[in-house]
Design a protein around this ligand. Structure first.
Ligand code: SAH
Ligand code: ZN
Ligand code: ZN
Ligand code: ZN
Ligand code: ZN
Length: 450
């Protein structure tokens, strides 16, 4: 529940209004328009802020919507944006990579501090940095292992798939017959595909990675990676990169392509949805023979408590029960002993029944719901669906007329189910069970009677 409170909608006292046509730009592309919803003198005031960084330490761009910005300040801002781009272009990084792979193993070094592959002439400059030596081809094929994950919660939130989950996703994609994957913020899935494609001759799947983490440009060509901001649909390399993406989507008349995305969980669902719609529109602009496939197939990986938000923007989506696991996510990864529950799920516009979940992990098919569900998810006769969201068995509340978490009780004060410890609307007024003053739930006479 703490995770829900931290990144749920409305967190932070701000509401996103969207991507305005006349929005000013920071070095992460067009800024987003927000309105202050927290109470105070500035409540209701609209302003632009960076789309990518919710931590002002990472990008402090800020402008009131009605603010007049002088020509000099505009020029200074443009200059700032230009000079605060990565020091090397993607093209330069591709050239460097070509020079790097022809080096003998003993001369292949990676600077952990600067997070870059070094050419021998540069060793000197990094002499007092931590270096990794003898970088193998296998290491070059798994950059997500070589680079440290950018975990700063508010901006990159780079949480890498556990191998098991990544393998499951790829197997599923292959079983469903897809041959191209648009990997949006899924570097580990991308690298699994790229690495198989380079090793196995009959492996036909291809991937294009779109990610804001420019370090990946050291390992992939411009046809394999685009520096992209998924909160404002901004391609940093401009029209050329846009075209690369369009070309990728349009191959084979746009058939057999799926988009897989695993965005940072920090909210801003509407910004993500609007970018994803633009990627879908890019795909749709193909001449397809099969007119029934109206939407580009998509897996959007996100916590279950965002279900209603996602469905608001993509009504055709369904949430799958599969729990996506991560390597470096302290909260969600598997413990050594039992299984820790991950709140992260797959949302998809594919027919739920074709998403086969692994029986060895306890998932089974519910023939009434026509989808695979987790082992603890019981079909509720009254709701007529498998109602658990978090994998535990939920219980039906007749007063709320729906299933709720097993740890919840129906609160007569709030007139809904909640944790026994919830901050009750009328907490001062009295008992959690009967609502009367003078006693607490544990000593409620209405309970002792039964
Ligand atoms: N589980 C995935 C990684 C998800 S972490 C995997 O293992 O492949 C979120 C990813 O989104 C990171 O790769 C991060 O760099 C990227 N990202 C964060 N903010 C972004 C933005 N504004 N635009 C595009 N990508 C972003
Ligand atoms: Zn069911
Ligand atoms: Zn029910
Ligand atoms: Zn209830
Ligand atoms: Zn209450």
């Amino acid at each position: 529940a703490d995770v829900e409170a931290l990144c749920g909608p409305g967190a932070g006292g701000l509401t996103l209004l969207g991507l305005a046509a006349s929005a000013p730009s920071c070095r992460h592309g067009p800024a987003l328009l927000f309105v202050k919803t927290s109470q105070g003198a500035e409540e209701g005031r609209r302003f632009y802020a960076c789309s990518a960084c919710r931590d002002r330490k990472d990008c402090n761009f800020f402008q009131w919507e009605d603010e007049k910005v002088s020509e000099t300040r505009l020029a200074a801002r443009e200059e700032y944006n230009r000079t605060h781009q990565p020091s090397r272009t993607h093209r330069q990084n591709v050239e460097r990579y070509k020079n790097f792979i022809v080096l003998p193993l003993a001369k292949r070094r990676f600077c952990q501090e600067c997070q870059q592959l070094l050419l021998p002439a540069e060793w000197e400059k990094h002499s007092d940095h931590q270096l990794l030596c003898d970088i193998s081809t296998a290491q070059l094929q798994s950059p997500s292992q070589l680079l440290y994950p950018l975990e700063n919660k508010k901006t990159n939130a780079q949480y890498l798939f556990a191998d098991r989950s990544c393998q499951f996703l790829l197997d599923l994609i292959i079983d469903l017959g897809f041959s191209r994957v648009l990997s949006v913020g899924t570097p580990r899935l991308h690298e699994m595909i790229q690495s198989k494609a380079s090793k196995e001759e009959d492996f036909r799947v291809r991937s294009l990675l779109l990610d804001i983490d420019f370090r990946y440009s050291q390992f992939y060509t411009e046809d394999e990676f685009c520096h992209y901001n998924m909160f404002n649909h901004h391609f940093f390399a401009g029209e050329a990169a846009h075209e690369t993406c369009r070309r990728f989507l349009h191959q084979d008349n746009g058939e057999r392509v799926i988009m897989v995305t695993d965005p940072p969980f920090g909210g801003l669902v509407e910004a993500l949805a609007s970018s994803f719609k633009r990627l879908m529109a890019m795909w749709k602009s193909t001449e397809k023979e099969d007119p029934v496939s109206q939407e580009m197939p998509m897996f959007w990986i996100f916590p279950y408590f965002f279900e209603s938000r996602i469905l608001e923007f993509f009504p055709s989506f369904t949430m799958m029960d599969y729990q996506v696991d991560y390597d470096n996510h302290a909260l969600y990864k598997h413990g050594k002993t039992g299984r820790r529950q991950s709140p992260v799920r797959i949302f998809t516009n594919l027919t739920p029944r074709v998403i086969v979940l692994p029986a060895e992990e306890g998932y089974r098919f519910c023939s009434i719901c026509q989808r695979y569900v987790s082992s603890g998810n019981q079909h509720c006769e009254i709701c007529n669906s498998c109602t658990s969201k978090d994998g535990r068995q939920w219980k039906h509340c007749f007063l709320c007329k729906k299933c709720v978490k097993p740890s919840w009780f129906h609160c007569n004060n709030c007139n809904c189910c909640a944790l026994p410890t919830h901050a009750c609307e009328k907490a001062a007024a009295g008992c959690f069970v009967c609502g009367q003053a003078g006693h607490k739930r544990s000593t409620c006479p209405s309970l002792s009677r039964s």
